[in-house]
Design a protein around this ligand. Structure first.
Ligand SMILES: Nc1ncnc2c1ncn2[C@@H]1O[C@H](COP(=O)(O)OP(=O)(O)O)[C@@H](O)[C@H]1O
Ligand SMILES: [Mg+2]
Length: 270
């Protein structure tokens, strides 16, 4: 049976301020979902809260995979249950190469009971797997020998993210790709990588405004967030409509949320 990721009435505070105000979302393994919405609507907050970032306080609701609530679990435990969030790995880890990092990450997800520094998955097995995934993704094997994030370009950071996704092979991947600074190489890496890796065993939530990403990965469902709630869900045509027409129509259809959005913006502006 396919797994289900279910977010139910999720409330999240950031520094005492309510940001998410009852988010509902269901993703099945094998489905591609797009999450869109204007700046500040809470998309990244949802991603951070799912990851278990300490700054994002869950004040109500649940995040479940097949009925297991993740809210009280640490990020490692969430990963073991099959959740992948485009990692906020440290900016640089001196002396750690891409391959070392991935070997630890993979071990961590597959052998949760090992003692620190022990029982890493065997080097030969790991190398073989890494090589085959990198081939599948059309990546140069040299990349695995680079020091993690040391002078990585935008595209290389995304290569790292996609390679990690390939190696961990999660049930659910949450990819926050809203960064307007993504260059075309980076967008291509993510678009093609997700298209190759997502299949009937992976559920994907892509948070993005990039048309190209959604062209390569046509979402079955598009969700629109406004003022901390998912106010609309449609199919790929909703994503296209938002690209072409922006959020004016959404705000018109949801005047209460639009008013809350305006109020929050005034508050920020002081
Ligand atoms: N770490 C944070 N500290 C303070 N405020 C934050 C933080 N993260 C998000 N917010 C606030 O939460 C709201 C939603 O932000 P965010 O989730 O980043 O929106 P989106 O990703 O949809 O652009 C914004 O009003 C933003 O100012
Ligand atoms: Mg964001």
């Amino acid at each position: 049976m396919s797994s289900l990721l279910r977010i139910d009435d999720l409330h999240v505070n950031v520094e005492e301020t309510p940001i998410l105000k009852g988010v509902n979302l269901e993703i099945r393994q094998g489905e591609i979902h797009a999450l869109m919405g204007p700046n500040g609507s809470g998309k990244s907050t949802l991603a951070f809260a799912m990851m278990g970032h300490p700054k994002y306080e869950i004040t109500g609701g649940s995040i479940e995979i097949d009925g297991v609530n993740l809210v009280e679990l640490d990020p490692n435990e969430r990963a073991r249950l099959g959740l992948f969030l485009a990692f906020q790995y440290p900016v640089t880890i001196p002396g750690v190469k891409v391959a070392d990092f991935l070997r630890h990450a993979v071990t961590n997800v597959r052998n949760p009971d090992r003692k620190e520094g022990e029982n890493l998955i065997p080097m030969r097995e790991f190398r073989k797997e890494l090589r085959s995934k990198m081939e599948e993704l059309g990546m140069d094997i040299e990349f695995a020998r680079r020091y993690l994030n040391d002078g990585f370009s935008g595209g290389e950071k995304k290569r790292m993210e996609i390679l990690q996704l390939a190696m961990l092979n999660p049930k659910f991947a949450i990819l926050d790709e809203t960064d307007s600074g993504l260059d075309s190489d980076a967008v291509r890496v993510v678009s093609e990588g997700v298209a190759k890796l997502s299949g009937d065993q992976m559920g994907v939530l892509i948070i993005t405004h990039h048309e190209r990403l959604l062209e390569f990965n046509t979402p079955q469902f598009t969700h629109v967030m406004l003022a901390g709630r998912v106010v609309e869900t449609g199919d790929a045509s909703l994503a296209a409509e938002l690209h072409n027409q922006g959020y004016a129509g959404v705000r018109e259809r949801h005047p209460i949320a639009a008013a809350e959005e305006e109020k929050a913006a005034e508050h920020v502006a002081g």
